[in-house]
Design a binder for this molecule. Structure first.
Ligand SMILES: Nc1nc2c(c(=O)[nH]1)N=C([C@H](O)[C@@H](O)CO)CN2
Length: 120
């Protein structure tokens, strides 16, 4: 299956389990791979036939900015379900990185989820 992707999309939001985290915003970084057959869009050179990564990025930013979850797990699940429903995405892989959470972890910490069905 072909994929449309978004890498390193940074969004500030309220996230975290500790009291001090409820009073500040922190940066999260999103990497998203979305299964899609891109051949129809390529054949007709037509945006309407593919996943519009700009529109999906905007929706992701809006969703995350207004969210107030404790866990990155919950945010990932709810965000994935929302994007799949609204954009008709059949399969996705979503990585949510919380860069500042563990200072010694230079590459950040977070979760990766895959949801939906990846067809050939
Ligand atoms: N698996 C997870 N572990 C932790 C989370 C989380 O969301 N998922 N969150 C925290 C704290 O909020 C942490 O980020 C504060 O530095 C700890 N572990």
């Amino acid at each position: 299956m072909d994929q449309v992707f978004i890498r390193g999309l940074a969004v500030d939001t309220v996230i975290g389990v500790y009291d001090w985290e409820r009073t500040i915003t922190q940066q999260l970084v999103f990497d998203l791979d979305m299964g899609w057959n891109i051949r129809p869009a390529a054949a007709e050179d037509e945006l309407a036939h593919t996943l519009n990564y700009a529109a999906i990025s905007e929706r992701l930013q809006a969703f995350v900015e207004q969210s107030r979850y404790l866990l990155v797990e919950t945010l990932a699940e709810e965000l994935a379900a929302t994007l799949m429903r609204e954009f008709g995405i059949p399969w996705l892989r979503l990585q949510v990185t919380k860069p500042g959470a563990v200072p010694a972890a230079a590459g950040g910490v977070g979760v990766i989820i895959e949801r939906g069905v990846k067809t050939a």
